[in-house]
Design a protein around this ligand. Structure first.
Ligand code: HAM
Length: 423
């Protein structure tokens, strides 16, 4: 066994695992482009201030960031939203037609306790839409996410949705929550006590069982919503109804990050085998972040999906149909490594034919075993006579027919055998 292992909470990706990753990423890229999104990539690390904003009470920002730099002034990105907004403002992308729609597929880093579906290095497939606040856009974003999961074969999913209202609604609700939780202050954890002062809404997101009991009877946001906020939320729900997207209103859903305003949502797996980490994607609207980063007063809405979690569920739901890797050509070499085999491989690859060749001194039987393992459709056999005469023997594996052809005819002959599929 090797003396070195990958760090806990990280994954090596190869073979089918990597194929599955790339399959879902490609599907997400295609889907995003169809919806009119542009791709963006941002650096893996940023100035810490991009993520750590004043009065932020989230665990992600306060406990889970990997810090770097001599003064610990840099951080590995724990999420995509802040980085994308930083880039959106820095490059004045807001001067384009709005809404401006960006998607990303990147690794994120959080110092969490690793378990099934919870990693320290994971991949988010995310998107952000910048522009005027409009419930049509909230609905479109959520519909995108939901329909995407359906399109990759996931069926056991449920949308939970809530609103945090506008500033006025949140102020009224915060003070009602503060009064309520003050009665239980002695029983609250240190984190919740800190949140009681800074942002009592976030106590609703507690993971502690005894605090969850207290949260059960806490007041609900709906009583405190302004007419505008109520109307906004109802419009989002109406649009989802029109699109036949099912959802459940969860009045205690506030999400783990501090920046949300109005619509918030989380899409969870309802399959019992998916385990505790069942949130497949989550997001919401944020009214203040673009301005915080120095841009104009533009709202945004987006979500991020945990790719590793999607794959766990796709395996459980049998939704992964990976294509077998098949070779077009395998070159069997009986010439003891004459450079002619490289020439033949070269013209085949230049003609876009997937080609592999034998490099070692092996018996023909062993080489045919490789042909079988690699599922090659045709075989090119080169011995000393073929080298001398600049010809090859080509065998069609399915039809079991064999022919001798000159160098110049190899590509045509193989394409014919493959039935024109690679022409
Ligand atoms: P988040 O809820 O922190 O939101 O993460 C979004 C998704 O990333 C989760 O639902 C989950 O699927 C995945 N995820 C989070 N942490 C881990 C982990 N440790 N291991 C594996 N998967 C994980 C955000 O990050 C927001 N930026 C989403 C957003 C975009 N809001 C607006 N725009």
């Amino acid at each position: 066994m090797s003396n070195f292992q990958n760090v806990k909470g990280t994954n090596d990706l190869f073979k089918d695992e990597l194929k599955s990753f790339n399959y879902v990423k490609e599907a997400f890229r295609k889907y995003s482009l169809n919806y009119g999104f542009e791709e963006i990539e941002t650096p893996v690390f940023e100035d810490l201030k991009v993520f750590k904003r004043e009065n932020d009470t989230s665990d992600m920002v306060n406990k889970e960031m990997y810090l770097l730099g001599d003064e610990k002034e840099l951080a590995l990105r724990p999420e995509g939203t802040a980085s994308v907004i930083r880039a959106f403002v820095q490059h004045k992308l807001y001067t384009n037609d709005l809404p401006y729609k960006l998607f990303y597929m990147e690794k994120m880093y959080r110092k969490e306790r690793p378990q099934k579906g919870r990693l320290r290095e994971f991949t988010q497939l995310g998107l952000e839409v910048f522009g005027d606040k409009n419930p049509l856009i909230d609905a479109e974003v959520l519909a995108f996410g939901y329909n995407f999961l359906k399109s990759i074969g996931l069926t056991q999913i449920k949308i939970l949705i809530n609103t945090l209202g506008d500033k006025k609604s949140r102020e009224k609700y915060s003070s009602a929550l503060k009064n309520y939780f003050e009665n239980y202050k002695e029983q609250l954890s240190e984190d919740s006590k800190m949140r009681l002062d800074k942002n009592p809404l976030r106590i609703l997101d507690t993971k502690l069982e005894h605090e969850k009991e207290i949260v059960k009877n806490a007041p609900c946001i709906f009583e405190f919503l302004t007419e505008d906020s109520k109307n906004y939320f109802n419009k989002v729900l109406n649009y989802l109804d029109v699109l036949k997207i099912p959802y459940e209103i969860d009045q205690k859903l506030v999400r783990g990050l501090d920046y949300y305003t109005d619509t918030v949502f989380e899409v969870v797996s309802t399959n019992k085998e998916s385990g505790a980490q069942n949130a497949l994607f989550a997001g919401g609207r944020y009214d203040n972040l673009v301005q915080y980063f120095g841009g104009p007063s533009i709202s945004g809405v987006g979500f991020a999906m945990g790719l590793e979690r999607l794959l766990i569920l796709m395996k459980i739901e049998n939704a992964l149909n990976l294509q077998d890797d098949e070779l077009d050509v395998y070159i069997i070499d009986l010439s003891c490594g004459d450079s002619y085999i490289l020439e033949v491989a070269d013209i085949l690859r230049k003609a876009n034919l997937k080609t592999e060749l034998n490099f070692y001194d092996r018996k023909i039987k062993a080489q045919f075993k490789t042909v079988e393992r690699k599922k090659a459709k045709t075989v090119v056999i080169i011995g000393e006579d073929e080298v001398k005469n600049r010809v090859v023997n080509i065998k069609d594996i399915k039809k079991q027919v064999q022919k001798t052809v000159i160098f110049e005819e190899i590509v045509n002959e193989i394409k014919e055998m493959l039935g024109g599929e690679n022409v």
